[in-house]
Design a binder for this molecule. Structure first.
Ligand code: 13P
Length: 287
């Protein structure tokens, strides 16, 4: 299959009550492993690369390996640019076959966020590519304002429903990432999502919603968020930890020097974690 269009996958997921798992990859070996597990689970998949991963791997290598893996498989795979704050990076992704991009102006004042996002929408839509915007700020677990990972306190730059409505109307984004209590990274205690706020956003915003910081969110809370219009859930930290944890054990265990053999348990652990995420999202059997 050629790479899939997020503008088809996300509305369908929202309408049918599941979310498409958006899995960050950090190295090239992870790409075919993640596609393989999506195929085994018959789940649509969003593979996403952060600016850091793009700096590490390069857009050409990402385009080649994701394109090859997607062509070989029978489930829809979207290649998404995660957290682009830089317009030039978006243009690079558009030239390298990405089928979805995120314009992340969430740390900017509202008007600047609108300008950056609208500019990205204009370029991306001209290329037939979907755009995710973000309003409200999803912090990192270690940010001082979230108490070293205890979860974002109520009122910490959470998305305002009426502002979300205005943002979507003025930018023309295809999906909207919202801040309702998740953080990027691991929680010290289980987060409490502001489900009422999510429902209020849903009531005003007709497009699919996106939840960042999926690692560590309890299953019942994730399901409640999906029931309130979340159609894409981002997972990075727990996948990375599964891969590195298994690799660390493999390295400590014996004198193996063949990277392919050392990586085998890391990729198996990654696939097991990815399969759990797919099931949590309810996307198993949807492709
Ligand atoms: P986690 O690392 O908390 O899973 O968040 C991932 C994410 O939101 C990537 O954009």
């Amino acid at each position: 299959m050629s790479l899939a269009d997020a503008r088809e996958l996300l509305p369908r997921a929202a309408a049918e009550g599941y979310a498409v798992p958006a899995l960050n990859f950090h190295s090239l070996d992870m790409v075919p492993a993640l596609v393989e597990v999506a195929e085994a689970e018959r789940s649509p998949l969003i593979l996403q690369a952060s600016p850091g991963t793009i700096a590490f791997l390069g857009l050409d290598a990402i385009e080649a390996i994701v394109g090859a893996a997607a062509r070989r498989c029978r489930v829809p795979v979207v290649l998404h640019l995660d957290h682009a704050r830089d317009y030039k990076l978006v243009m690079g992704a558009l030239r390298h076959g990405f089928t979805s991009v995120m314009a992340d102006g969430s740390s900017l004042p509202f008007e600047d966020n609108v300008s950056l996002t609208a500019k990205v929408v204009e370029a991306a839509h001209a290329a037939g590519v979907a755009v995710e915007g973000e309003l409200g700020y999803v912090p990192r677990a270690g940010d001082p304002a979230v108490g070293g990972g205890a979860g974002a306190p109520e009122g910490y730059e959470f998305t305002l429903p009426e502002q979300a409505e205005e943002f979507v109307a003025r930018t023309g984004v295809d999906s909207l990432a919202v801040a309702v209590g998740t953080v990027h990274g691991l929680y010290r205690q289980a987060p409490r999502l502001d489900l009422e706020r999510l429902a209020a956003i849903r009531a005003r915003v007709p497009i699919p919603l996106v939840l960042h910081g999926g690692s560590g969110v309890p299953a019942e809370m994730l399901r409640a968020a999906i029931a309130r219009g979340v159609a894409k859930v981002n997972f990075a930290t727990e996948l990375k930890h599964a891969w590195t944890g298994a690799l660390r054990t493999a390295l400590a265990g014996d004198r193996e020097t063949d990277p392919r053999r050392l990586l085998a348990p890391a990729l198996k652990a990654l696939q097991e974690e990815a399969a759990r995420k797919i099931r949590l999202c309810g996307s198993r059997g949807r492709a």
